[in-house]
Write a protein that binds this ligand. Structure first.
Ligand code: S3P
Length: 166
């Protein structure tokens, strides 16, 4: 079975949902941010601070290209869709699920969060980023899920039935 890649803005629930889908389907769970942290031996905010976003994006692409094409559920960083090269790789090799969440919900979820360098900036800049990224998520998604008030298990069931349709 093709690996499932979850994409979406920061705070859309990729890790929580990904872990639950992997458990339900008995597949391996991977997270691109954790893979970068294990490889580089620094956490994401430190990488941003000391090496900059550009270098982080290079690490992210390298990690993306090493992900297994089969039998895994993968949570990706919110900015993985920024590079065209990554969008192409995602659509060519994975079943890509976009967890689409409104900006208001994300704001509520990430209120006070300081562990995400790109969330730690002015509201207008975050909103602009959200708007700019939306079409990029849509471009490489095989399946778009609108996350509103569903429970984690409801979202998991929707993803599992989405996979069965293809
Ligand atoms: C980022 C999202 C983060 C992480 C990094 C950059 C982004 O992952 O990759 O801080 O550009 O949106 P999450 O989407 O898991 O927060």
């Amino acid at each position: 079975m093709k690996s499932i890649c979850l994409i979406g803005f920061m705070g859309s629930g990729k890790t929580t949902i990904g872990e639950a889908v992997a458990k339900k389907l008995d597949l391996t769970f991977l997270d691109t941010d954790s893979e970068i942290e294990k490889w580089r031996e620094f956490d994401i905010p430190t990488i941003f601070e000391t090496e900059g976003e550009g270098r982080f994006r290079e690490y992210e692409t390298q990690v993306l290209k090493k992900l297994p094409f089969q039998s895994a559920v993968i949570a990706t960083g919110g900015g993985i869709i920024e590079k065209e090269e990554n969008r192409k790789w995602l659509s060519e090799h994975f079943f890509v699920v976009y967890l689409q969440t409104s900006f208001d919900v994300i704001q509520q979820r990430l209120d006070g969060d300081e562990g995400r360098p790109l969330w730690n900036q002015e509201l207008e800049k975050k909103e602009k980023l959200y708007k700019e990224r939306k079409p990029k998520y849509i471009e490489c998604a095989d399946f778009i899920l609108n996350i509103r008030k569903q429970s984690v298990s409801e979202v998991v069931d929707q993803i599992v039935s989405g996979i069965k349709q293809i």
